[in-house]
Design a binder for this molecule. Structure first.
Ligand SMILES: Nc1ncnc2c1ncn2[C@@H]1O[C@H](COP(=O)(O)OP(=O)(O)OP(=O)(O)O)[C@@H](O)[C@H]1O
Ligand SMILES: [Mg+2]
Length: 221
């Protein structure tokens, strides 16, 4: 599903990511761990096409995403990829349902379908009663769940999540990961998350450890 070869990202003359080879399979759950500054977000942003590599190749379903122009890339992303940001934020003046709907890839759903789907996703993440609430009326864990629902609106084949439980206590973290795993099981999507929590990483099929922009170790959890 994802294949990386000789991937490098540099800022000025400093190389912050250098990965000679990496492969992630369909329906795999991969956790990326490593110290702050080790390149986790950089890797996720490159794999998801949010950012462009300095050199190297990223193939997703055989498509070299570094070769796509901006229009084709955003279309490709809209159709295949969901993303939960490390510093996600919801639109404060939109309700829960509207925040979820707003992430929908425009040409794929009618407004009625989009609304239904947003409500269904709100229920999936346990916020069925809150669809008309505004972000300031929600707890941190509930906001994080809206961010997850939002990332799923286009039924992505690959979901990238950068510290999706970063602001949560261990019980809520565990629930959010359980939720992602349940959705993954049902849809067969590939799940790639960055986490600093070893207990969460241990639930993945595979753990990739980054150090100074390099993969130090890969092991099956
Ligand atoms: N736009 C940028 N310009 C220059 N350097 C950058 C830029 N973005 C990231 N870096 C550097 O790249 C390195 C990797 O950053 P990255 O955000 O990938 O780390 P991370 O592993 O996600 O850390 P954290 O756990 O703190 O989120 C860091 O040294 C950072 O300073
Ligand atoms: Mg980061």
């Amino acid at each position: 599903m994802i294949r990386v070869a000789n991937l490098q990202k540099s800022y000025k003359k400093q190389t912050v990511l250098n990965i000679s080879e990496l492969q992630i399979n369909e329906a795999e759950f991969v956790a990326i761990v490593g110290a702050s500054g080790s390149g986790k977000s950089t890797l996720l942003n490159l794999l998801s096409g949010l950012d462009k590599p300095t050199s190297g190749e990223i193939l997703i379903s055989g498509q070299n995403i570094s070769k796509l122009n901006d229009y084709k890339l955003s279309k490709f992303r809209g159709q295949k990829i969901g993303f939960v940001f490390q510093f996600f934020y919801l639109q404060p003046f939109l309700t829960v349902r509207q925040n979820i709907e707003a992430a929908s890839f425009p040409r794929r759903l009618s407004s009625v379908e989009r609304l239904k789907r947003a409500e269904a996703l709100a229920r999936v993440v346990g916020l069925g009663e809150k669809t008309n609430d505004f972000p300031h009326q929600l707890s941190g864990g509930q906001i994080q769940r809206v961010a997850i629902a939002r990332s799923l609106i286009n039924s992505p084949e690959i979901l990238f999540a950068d510290e999706p439980t970063g602001n949560l206590d261990s019980e809520n973290s565990s629930q959010v990961i359980g939720l992602l795993q349940a959705i993954q099981k049902e849809t067969g999507m590939t799940l790639i998350i960055v986490t600093h929590d070893e207990r969460i990483a241990a639930r993945a099929d595979r753990i990739i450890r980054l150090e100074d922009g390099k993969i130090m170790e890969e092991n099956n959890a």
